[in-house]
Write a protein that binds this ligand. Structure first.
Ligand code: UDP
Ligand code: MG
Length: 317
């Protein structure tokens, strides 16, 4: 596999209501010198503030910038996926808009790529988020590394540089519930992680709340692991065994001529216990089922409202 000596780099930047941070981001990107030609593709994920007009202005002023605007909010992972579909370049990088991922680190990423790596991703060395959130992240990545049937690196986010061949593989994946860092790991090739300090968000508010984060976590767990399904059969088997042992105990006690207690309490306990397990099992099945449902509907992943800048002309600058 020969690699271009002068690769072009395309950056994908998903944005959702980032008017507070966009001016600083655009300035930083203007000053960014990676000694490779750059193209920027912003994916406006249904912003309801001034984000789109700032981006329009940026597209007018800089021919390297384009924007794909969704008709509504479709979610961060969908925005990243859409960007990957449309961005040109021998190399593609994914960057958050809130300057939590330092764009200057891309220079190091490119160096690693030159050494032969196809995927270079950032590892969040120390997070500056709330300690509760940090514990939640840590436990999620720990759990994911235990149950996922592929190797998904811990504490790696979507901030990464990928070779074109990796991007082509990801683009060919039709699934709806996209956990991009998982898909990226799934492709294989040579991957390496670079630790970096994840800054606190530069300005504005995170669009991820607990509900959306847990949805992302579930997507990661369920798309890459069948263990949750298996857990339910294990607990089910365990509960059934306990019931069986209890039955034997009653029989022995009965034949030994013991007068049995009325048994009301234990009966209730068993009914509740089994009922609980059945509901858990149903819940887990339901999670998978809803994802299968999403996939079989075969709806488009997103709806484009507008394409601005070079994307409107159908080609890269
Ligand atoms: N984002 C998006 N769509 C969404 C939520 C977020 O495109 O529905 C973008 C957001 O503008 C930012 C990136 O995805 O550039 C990461 O979002 P955020 O900072 O809220 O997430 P966190 O840094 O907490 O993971
Ligand atoms: Mg952020």
């Amino acid at each position: 596999m020969t690699r271009p000596t002068h690769p072009a780099l395309g950056l994908v930047i998903p944005v959702h209501n980032e008017e507070a941070v966009l001016p600083s981001l655009l300035k930083e990107l203007r000053d960014l010198n990676l000694r490779v030609p750059l193209t920027f593709l912003f994916v406006d994920d249904g912003s309801t503030d001034g984000t789109l007009s700032i981006l329009e202005e940026a597209c007018r002023r800089d021919a390297r910038i384009a924007c794909l605007s969704f008709s509504r909010n479709f979610g961060h992972q969908t925005a990243v996926s859409a960007g990957l579909q449309h961005v040109p370049g021998d190399l593609v990088a994914v960057l958050d808009a809130d300057l939590q991922d330092p764009p200057t680190l891309l220079a190091t990423f490119i160096e690693q790529w030159r050494k032969g790596y196809d995927v270079v991703y950032g590892i969040r060395a120390n997070r500056k988020e709330h300690w509760l959130l940090r514990i939640a992240y840590k436990s999620f990545y720990w759990l994911l590394s235990k149950v996922a049937n592929i190797d998904i690196p811990r504490d790696a986010g979507d901030f990464a540089l990928m070779d074109r061949r990796v991007v082509s593989v990801i683009n060919a994946m039709p699934e709806h519930n996209r956990f991009v860092r998982g898909l990226r790991g799934w492709t294989g090739f040579k991957q390496c992680g670079i630790p970096y300090e994840r800054q606190a968000r530069h300005a504005g508010k995170p669009s991820y709340n607990v509900r959306r984060l847990s949805r992302l976590a579930l997507d990661g767990l369920l798309s890459f692991s069948a263990v949750p399904l298996r857990i339910s059969s294990w607990t089910g088997t365990g509960a059934a065994l306990i019931g069986f042992v209890y039955l034997i105990y009653i029989l022995i006690a009965y034949t030994a001529g013991q007068t049995l207690p009325p048994g009301w309490a234990s009966l209730i306990v068993i009914v509740l216990f089994l009922g609980g397990i059945q509901l858990i099992v149903l819940g887990i099945m339901g999670e998978y089922l809803s994802r299968i449902f999403d996939e079989v509907k075969r709806r488009p992943h997103y709806v484009t409202e507008r394409a601005i800048g070079w994307l409107a002309k159908g080609e890269a600058a």
